[in-house]
Design a protein around this ligand. Structure first.
Ligand SMILES: Nc1ncnc2c1ncn2[C@@H]1O[C@H](COP(=O)(O)OP(=O)(O)O)[C@@H](O)[C@H]1O
Ligand SMILES: CC(=O)N[C@@H](CCC(=O)OP(=O)(O)O)C(=O)O
Length: 263
C-alpha cells in the first residue's frame, strides 16, 4: 500500500496576516504524516512593487513579470516569506526546509510562450517538471519541504510561477509514489455560492459543474485558475482535492473540510 502525503497550498491573504499565519503553521505542524507546503504571497509582492513604483499587472490570475517584477517576487517569495515561514515552522518543532524550484532542481519550468500576451518571466509546468526523486528523498530524511512560487528553466533563468499551479503539479507528480491529497487553504470556508455569505459553502463540485459555476458568476477572479488546477490534479491521479479555510485544516481527517472536488 502507498504511504499517504498531504500537499498543502497556503493562500496570500493568510500569509499577509501574522496571527492567522501563526495559527495555520501550528496546525500544519500538528498534521500527522508526510507533508509538503507550497506558498506564494502575491498580496505582499503587489504591496512592495507598488511602494517601489513598479506597477503590478495581473491577467487571468497570472502576474505579468518583467525583469524588475521578477527581482521583487524573488525577494518576497524566495526570501522574506519562505525564510520567515521556515523559521516559524522550526520554532514549532517542524523540520522544514525552504526551497525554490531551482534548489535541488525540484521544479524546472518553461518560460510561457508569447501569444496574445507577453507574460514575461513566467514559468509553465507539467508533471514532468517536478523531481519526485529529490522530494521523496527529503521526505524520507524526515524533512518537510516548503516550496515557494519561484522556479527555474535550467539555464540560469528564475521564473515566477503561480503557486496554485505548483501545488497541483507537485501533487500530480508525487501521486505516482504516494496516496496524495491536495489541499488548498485560504481565508474562506471553501467555494461559496455567495462570497459574502459564510453559510453558503458548496460542499462538493463535480468537474462537469465547473463551467456552469463560471457562467453563473458564482466563481470569479483567482478562484477560476484555482479550480482549474484543482480539477487537473483530480483528473491526473491525486486521490482527493479540497479547497477550504486555513484555520479549519485539522478537520481534514475528520468529518468535513471545505469544498471537495469530484471527478
Ligand atoms: N465562489 C467563490 N468562493 C470563494 N472565493 C471566491 C469565489 N469566487 C471568487 N473568489 C475569490 O477567490 C479568491 C481566492 O483566489 P486567490 O486570491 O487566487 O487565492 P489565494 O488566496 O489562495 O492565493 C478569494 O479571496 C475570493 O475573493
Ligand atoms: C505567475 C504568477 O502569477 N505568479 C504568482 C505567484 C505567487 C502566488 O501565486 O501567490 P498567491 O498564492 O498568494 O496568489 C504571483 O506573482 O502573483
Amino acid at each position: 500500500m502507498k504511504k499517504t502525503l498531504n500537499v498543502i497550498k497556503i493562500g496570500g491573504n493568510v500569509i499577509d496576516n501574522s496571527e492567522k499565519l501563526h495559527q495555520f503553521l501550528l496546525d500544519f505542524t500538528a498534521l500527522p504524516g508526510d507533508k509538503i507546503l507550497i506558498h506564494g504571497g502575491g498580496k505582499i509582492a503587489t504591496e512592495l512593487a507598488t511602494s517601489l513604483g513598479v506597477e503590478a499587472k495581473m491577467v487571468e490570475g497570472r502576474r505579468i513579470t518583467d525583469i524588475e517584477t521578477l527581482r521583487i517576487v524573488t525577494m518576497v517569495y524566495a526570501g522574506l516569506i519562505n525564510k520567515n515561514m521556515v523559521a516559524q515552522l522550526q520554532a514549532k518543532g517542524c523540520n522544514a526546509v525552504g526551497l525554490t524550484g531551482a534548489d535541488g532542481n525540484i521544479i524546472k519550468a518553461v518560460k510561457r510562450p508569447v501569444k496574445d500576451i507577453d507574460y514575461g518571466y513566467v514559468g509553465d509546468l507539467d508533471e514532468a517538471s517536478v523531481s519526485v526523486e529529490t522530494l521523496d528523498s527529503l521526505l524520507r530524511a524526515g524533512l518537510v519541504p516548503v516550496i515557494c512560487a519561484i522556479t527555474h528553466d535550467g539555464q540560469s533563468q528564475l521564473l515566477n510561477t503561480n503557486a496554485d499551479t505548483i501545488a497541483s503539479a507537485v501533487a500530480v507528480a508525487m501521486a505516482k509514489r504516494y496516496d496524495t491529497a491536495l489541499i488548498y487553504c485560504f481565508e474562506k470556508r471553501g467555494v461559496m455560492r455567495d462570497v459574502e455569505d459564510d453559510r453558503s459553502l458548496v460542499a462538493e463540485i463535480r468537474m462537469d459543474e465547473f463551467d456552469a459555476l463560471k457562467a453563473e458568476g458564482v466563481v470569479s477572479g483567482g478562484m477560476i485558475p484555482k479550480l482549474h488546477n484543482a480539477f487537473e490534479a483530480i483528473k491526473s491521479g491525486v486521490s482527493a482535492v479540497y479547497i477550504g479555510k486555513a484555520d479549519e485544516l485539522l478537520q481534514i481527517n475528520g468529518s468535513s473540510f471545505g469544498t471537495r472536488l469530484i471527478k
